[in-house]
Design a binder for this molecule. Structure first.
Ligand code: ADP
Ligand code: MG
Length: 729
């Protein structure tokens, strides 16, 4: 057995679940103790200062430098009481993860005496060097500074000995370099647009918030085995590996009992999350072996997304303590399920109404219908933009792989709601409606809650499914920042609602009664957007054909999908709603293209290296053993006997030789393709070259390696196999 594999397996046998330190008392006693929340603020800040923060969060009022000083001082005292020595602005650059640069509280007075200081100025703004973060050309090399600025709406928190302050990250010239800035803008846009529409129905509605409940899927792999797989370490996925004889075919992992070593990891994680005020609720095994999921209770979208980013970071660290590595890659293993991140999305009002849940009165149901129908139109019109937000090198390996919807956008509504829309489409006449017709319609709409009660149907194959009181967007990848898709979905929703309001207002201005104008617009939207609704199996081949007939788009090529950020309709949505300037948008596309190129480039290099220095030598040495054997056979048996007794081994020698030649040849060709792509100057051309000329080699090379894995002596195979990686307890 190879040295690495031997050490890894030996280590593994000594693994025991780690004892977890459970804090004393109920969860409620320590929940949020590491967050500068209202309870902690009350101990360290005056009522007026707390009021200033509240005004900033609720009304967008800015915080004065004097107030900031008071807040910073209180924060520092709280943090110090919790053993904190450092602080950091915590932000979300356009990479896979968060960024932080820790500074100590230590400072020196004029006479050189050391003091601990944390001023309002430092709390509110910092100037980290932006030159090493993706900017898509927004940042000139001669002006490397970037700014981070405090996001008052997301509370500060403590991790280890560090006070973390959530911030936005922008360039010296004021362009967004992160996910949070456009996310906050999109949430504001949808608030404004949705509130205006709500006002048709209820004048008390003054604010609409976006809710997000994410579900995070992931794999856990024993660290010893992980370390013995250079491809996992460097790319997050296995670039080779024959399927295990048993994997998920017996469906015995989903919702099965969780292995004790994993439970101990989950417990540890939950405790840390509760301290950070992250409301984790659900944990379970997923479909593939060693795959799991966790989900919190939904929260306001900006906070929910910060929490997701924070949880991903905590998971990586806590997993290591338990001798696991966590994999967020969307498809770490071929032929078994990959991981997604469902985004459960809803809108709710300051009056406590969920706009995607049917109301208690006909008026409430009209509001519900208005929003549902606008979602249909929003997705219909923005299929390409929504797809652009989730297409990455890694997620592309999962989409359409019989476990995740293909790159076609569609909405599942359920039977009852579908029937309801059918009726509406027919019943609203094109003539002026009579009073009776309006009453009948309202009565019908009044029955929606009863109809929806039996709507328990849960279509798992739809990328955008209505699940009773929210939409579940399932195409996002497990490694993604939720903001990427939340930005475009909310921006597009804002845009659609603004259009809706404009059209209804025009009809009203033309003398039509308000209710009738709304009915008419709803009917029109149902008619126009109907082709986006699909109730069948989203994984099936028939759906792809059907979708084509309906003229729905289906783009599998990543760079091509990303380019749709710049289609005229996407630019209209994103710039008109003030989410991105055209410059920012162009830079985002460049960043995504570069990310794609780099990911494929790394995979291609790692695969090339492993092929040449792991696989080919192993194959050659096994082939030599076979040849030795054949030579010895010849010494003992005569030619005829020998021919008869060893022809299978001869064939194997030839077969292995063919694989070796094919591998060498393809690695050379792939290297040439990389060279060609690397010489292109334009980042977009480069991404296309990587997708068309380099990417196809990854699967082709793998086929030969996986075939060799089945032919070569297990003792000398240099990498842990799927059956070992996926079944450690
Ligand atoms: P499932 O696996 O059946 O889809 P889960 O219970 O695992 O569902 O996750 C559902 C997620 O949806 C949770 O995060 C939950 O808090 C969230 N959720 C529930 N209601 C809403 C809502 N109105 N808006 C947004 N998210 C919601
Ligand atoms: Mg779900």
């Amino acid at each position: 057995m190879s040295k690495f594999r031997f050490i890894a397996l030996q280590e593994l046998s000594s693994r025991k679940p780690l004892e977890v330190n459970v804090p004393k008392g109920d969860i409620a006693d320590y929940y949020g103790c590491h967050v500068f929340n209202k309870k902690n603020m009350q101990k360290y800040l005056s009522d007026t200062t707390i009021e200033a923060i509240k005004d900033a969060v609720d009304k967008g009022r800015s915080i004065s430098i004097e107030e900031a000083d008071l807040i910073a001082n209180g924060m520092k005292s709280w943090a110090k009481d919790n053993g904190v020595t450092h602080y950091t602005h915590w932000f979300q650059p356009l990479t896979d993860g968060t960024a932080e640069k820790h500074d100590s509280f230590i400072d020196f007075a004029q006479d050189g005496t050391p003091i601990e200081r944390f001023s309002g100025k430092v709390l509110v703004q910092q100037e980290p060097d932006a030159s090493s973060f993706p900017s898509g050309g927004l940042r000139n090399t001669f002006e490397a500074r970037g700014y981070t600025a405090w996001d008052v709406s997301s509370p500060a928190f403590i991790v280890d000995d560090t006070l973390c302050i959530p911030t936005v990250f922008i360039s010296y010239t004021g362009d967004a370099l992160d996910y949070k800035t456009p996310m906050l803008k999109a949430l504001l846009a949808v608030d404004k647009a949705a509130t205006a529409v709500c006002q048709y129905f209820d004048k008390n509605i003054e604010k609409v918030s976006v809710n997000l409940g994410w579900e995070q899927e992931y794999f856990l792999i024993d660290s010893a085995l992980y370390q013995a797989r250079p491809d996992l370490c460097l790319t997050g996925r296995t670039l080779m590996g024959h399927s295990s004889a048993k994997d998920q075919q017996l469906d015995d992992h989903y919702f099965g009992s969780i292995p004790s070593r994993v439970t101990s990891f989950m417990k540890d994680l939950e405790i840390e999350c509760y301290k950070l005020g992250i409301p984790l609720k659900t944990r379970h095994n997923e479909v593939a072996p060693n795959q799991f999921e966790l989900a919190p209770v939904y929260e306001e979208a900006n906070l929910a997304n910060d929490h997701n980013q924070l949880v991903m970071d905590l998971m990586k660290r806590i997993a290591l303590k338990h001798n696991f590595n966590v994999l967020f890659h969307e498809k770490p293993f071929q032929n078994i399920n990959g991981s997604g991140k469902h985004n459960n999305w809803s809108l709710s009002t300051n009056t406590g109404i969920n706009l995607f849940a049917p109301g208690k009165s006909p008026k409430g149901n009209m509001l519900f219908l208005t929003f549902i129908v606008n979602v249909l139109m929003m997705v219909f019109k923005n299929q390409d933009l929504i797809r652009a937000s989730i297409m990455t090198a890694t997620n592309n390996r999962r989409l359409g792989a019989n476990e995740a919807p293909p790159a076609i956008l569609s909405i599942f509504l359920g039977k009852s709601l579908t029937n309801m829309l059918d009726k509406l489409e027919k019943e609203v006449s094109n003539e002026k409606m009579t009073a009776e017709e309006k009453t009948a319609l309202k009565l019908g709409i009044g029955r929606i809650p009863e109809i929806l009660l039996d709507n328990t149907d849960r279509n798992r194959t739809s990328p955008f499914a209505f699940t009773g009181n929210r939409f579940e967007f399932r195409a996002a990848g497990s490694s993604a920042n939720c903001a990427a898709s939340m930005i475009v979905i909310n921006a597009a929703m804002a845009h659609q609602l603004n259009e809706f309001k404009k059209n209804v207002d025009e009809m009203i201005a033309g003398g039509m009664n308000k209710d009738e104008a709304i009915f008419r617009e709803i009917k029109l939207l149902i008619k126009k957007s109907r082709s986006i609704c699909f109730e069948g199996d989203g994984y099936s081949k028939q759906w792809e054909q059907e979708a084509e007939k309906r003229h729905l788009t289906n783009i599998n090529n990543v760079p091509e999908a990303i380019l749709k950020y710049e289609s005229p309709s996407s630019v209209e949505v994103l710039t008109r709603e003030g989410i991105f300037s055209e410059r920012e948008l162009e830079s985002r596309v460049d960043v995504e293209m570069e990310k794609y190129t780099k990911k494929i480039q790394i995979e291609s290099r790692v695969l090339g290296d492993l092929t040449i220095n792991h696989i080919v030598p192993t194959a050659v040495s096994y082939q030599n053993r076979l040849l030795d054997n054949l030579v010895k056979m010849k010494q003992i048996f005569d030619e005829k006997e020998c021919e008869k007794l060893s022809y299978k081994r001869r064939n194997l020698v030839i077969e292995i030789g063919e694989h070796i030649d094919a591998l060498k040849e393809m690695v050379e060709e792939m290297t040439e393709a990389r060279k060609y792509a690397n010489n292109l100057n334009n980042v977009r051309d480069k991404a296309f070259a990587y997708s068309e000329k380099v990417n196809p080699y990854l699967d082709k090379i793998r086929e030969h390696i996986d075939a060799l894995e089945m032919e070569i002596d297990n003792e000398i195979w240099p990498l842990p196999k799927y059956r070992e990686l996926l079944f450690t307890k």
